[in-house]
Design a protein around this ligand. Structure first.
Ligand SMILES: Cc1cc2nc3c(=O)[nH]c(=O)nc-3n(C[C@H](O)[C@H](O)[C@H](O)COP(=O)(O)O)c2cc1C
Length: 335
């Protein structure tokens, strides 16, 4: 253990350290709601939620005595637990702030005891207060679950003060074992990031190249078509530079062939000092490029569907983070 803390008799731990220690216990995130006698709804974000008993079905959570919502929950006979979905972190933040009207603009149903029911959660439970216990600076609320509904939507996770998403670890175990086995080795490592990124790229790209081949495009022509689809009006030198950079042999007859097949056209630009040709796609070339782009989107959507919503979200997030560690100007939305 890196940091030890002992509570001197009659004294408190260092509270911040204690919070940090508790933060290593990863939890889901809930919003717990109830209705006051005057009909006003209350709700707070809580990660102290836990299961207690299956028979009878009991759950618990603890409420800070400092919470504005304390009187409402102390009086409430019923309350509703919402286990949040992976995409509801903004809602969790919203309900963790002290505000008079947390429910403004939210789509609500009403449950037992008129408790407000929020939409979009992975699980909802309607509970009847069974017990309340004193728990230091919190009140421990135990409720009997009277009604529940749940879905397959992945839950939101809270760990070390951050919202997170959870991704399965079964394959990661193998990966970890491999990483350990190859640590320090100088031979080629199939678990290196560069190998994994490269393989993933070629896998995805390979499917698209196949689509290009079905439309009579070889690798070089496929590259030219996509490069011009991204931005047209490029000079021969620029195309050549990109071409060689991508690992192809310099363009020789590719452009002529594609022009002859009606996919490209050259427009002569009368520059200040000299004339040069700029390469554009013809309507036929544009149509083919659009078909390839649509196939690309479909291909990616299929792969992401196989991964599942949360894993594809995790993959995107990690790739973005990976890219921005080397250059945070490369991605839109990064500062
Ligand atoms: C992730 C997270 C988990 C929280 N868990 C709890 C909890 O279990 N119990 C609690 O009383 N407060 C918890 N809070 C703090 C409350 O959400 C916050 O103090 C409350 O919404 C304040 O509102 P109120 O004073 O209007 O009741 C948590 C906050 C966050 C961000």
């Amino acid at each position: 253990m890196a940091k030890a803390n002992q509570s001197p008799v009659g004294k408190m731990f260092d509270q911040r350290e204690f919070r940090n220690a508790l933060g290593s216990f990863t939890t889901g995130v809930t919003i717990i709601t109830a209705c006051q006698a005057d009909g006003t709804p209350v709700g707070i974000t809580a990660n102290s939620f836990n299961s207690v008993s299956l028979d009878p079905p009991l759950v618990l959570w603890s409420l800070a005595k400092s919470s504005n919502s304390l009187p409402a929950f102390q009086a409430a006979e019923h309350w509703a637990v919402h286990i949040l979905s992976h995409d509801q972190d903004a809602l969790a933040t919203h309900f963790s702030k002290r505000s008079q009207d947390k429910f403004a603009g939210l789509e609500l149903e009403r449950g037992l005891g008129n408790a407000p029911l929020l939409a979009g959660c992975t699980t909802r439970m309607q509970c009847k207060t069974a017990y309340r216990y004193d728990g230091g600076d919190h009140i421990i609320m135990v409720g009997e679950v009277m009604h529940f509904e749940h879905s397959d939507t992945a839950p939101l996770v809270y760990q070390r003060g951050n919202y997170a998403i959870a991704t399965r670890k079964d394959l990661a175990d193998e990966a970890e074992a491999l990483i350990k086995a190859t640590a320090g080795s100088t031979s080629f490592d199939e678990n290196s990031i560069s190998h994994l990124l490269g393989t993933a790229y070629f896998q995805l790209h390979g499917m698209l190249r196949e689509y290009g081949a079905q439309h009579g495009l070889n690798d070089a022509e496929f590259f030219v078509l996509n490069t011009l689809a991204a931005r047209e009006g490029r000079k021969l030198e620029e195309l050549n530079r990109l071409f060689v950079y991508a690992g192809h042999a310099p363009l020789i007859n590719v452009l002529d062939d594609m022009t002859a097949r009606g996919l490209l056209q050259v427009v002569v630009d009368h520059g200040e000092n000299h004339e040069h040709g700029l390469f554009y796609l013809t309507p036929l070339g544009q149509e083919l490029a659009q078909q390839i782009a649509a196939a690309g989107r479909q291909c990616e959507a299929d792969m992401m569907q196989r991964l599942g919503t949360v894993d594809s979200l995790a993959l995107r997030m990690l790739l973005r983070r990976f890219i921005s560690t080397s250059d945070d100007t490369l991605l839109p939305g990064e500062s």
